[in-house]
Design a protein around this ligand. Sequence first.
Ligand SMILES: [Zn+2]
Length: 379
Amino acid sequence: MADRPLALVGGTIYVTPDADPIRDGIVFIKDGRVAAASGATVPPDTEVLSCAGCTILAGFCNNHVHFFERKWSNAAAIPAAELMLQLQEFCTRFGFTTVFDLSSPWANTRVMRERIESGEVPGPRIRSTGQGLIANGALPPDAVTNLMGVMRYPIATVGNATEVGAAAKRLVHEGVDGVKLFLKSFPVAGIAAAVAEARRAAKPVFVHPNDGADVLTALKAGVDVIAHTTPHSGPWDDALLAAIKRAALTPTITLWKSYQRHDRASAQEAIVATAVGQLKSWIDAGGTVLFGTDLGAVDPDPTEEYELMAAAGMTFRDILRSLTTAPGERFGRPVGRITAGLDADIAVVNGDPAKDVRALADVRYTLRGGKVIYRAAEP
Ligand SMILES: [Zn+2]
């Protein structure tokens, strides 16, 4: 039986990050898709969600997450209600309707994705690189991964460009949506080998850099996404910034703040200021920004990341672009807009994020494919 049509009534609608907002408008949703976004009247037999005092935005995408924490292990056996709650705590309660997982055990993440896509468990669209490629001898010690809460699973490492190419090819064959490389001790020729394999399948390549030199090497090899800023090696220089071309960046600034939390406030501030400066220099050089926090390694609340992006000079509309249309364009999917015919993936936030970007994290409803997958408790 088809669901009744749904109308989001009374909010301020941004159909794209660039359009003038529609005040006191209506988003009309039918069969999981946006039917209209305007001041149209509500047809009879329509379920109405009041959005008075809210802002209605396209659903958000976090482009750097990990399903590697122990709570996701044995995904087939997690009770549906518990899995839904975990997914709400992880991302949907903050308006995220799509996440890009940049390394986790693929067989397990795929099971979770299938349980969501079958309709059994309400959750986000999951894209994944599967297990990221790690060089021989570069696996972090168990003591570190245990502290990070990472589940135990076997990881094969790579030693040279041939092995990297073969591993990337195997992952693509297994259905991943991208390829992730951890650059610690990574064979340099392997980066180009991974890029060539991924390009053949029209998949993006993401890299975890350890310093500015890694970022420059990755940019020269033609990778698509730099998955971190690198504040511990100082500001990014002109040679790096000149090599950006089409590449995108997930800033992950709060990650550095969280890693520095045992240090003096002045040391924390210095690292955060360098990361913010790197993001600013990236934008000034024309680089694309995709929202990304390294979720799984950091607290799920994105409020502080929004504030730090604003500190780098990004406006509300710039940040909204990094959450919606920029990933949609980068990964070739028609998402990130509230447009007739598109899937109704929507975040309804309290207040006006154009006045205060922190409102982006104060979510009242999250809809995916026209279904409410998160609803804030009544105040
Ligand atoms: Zn990560």
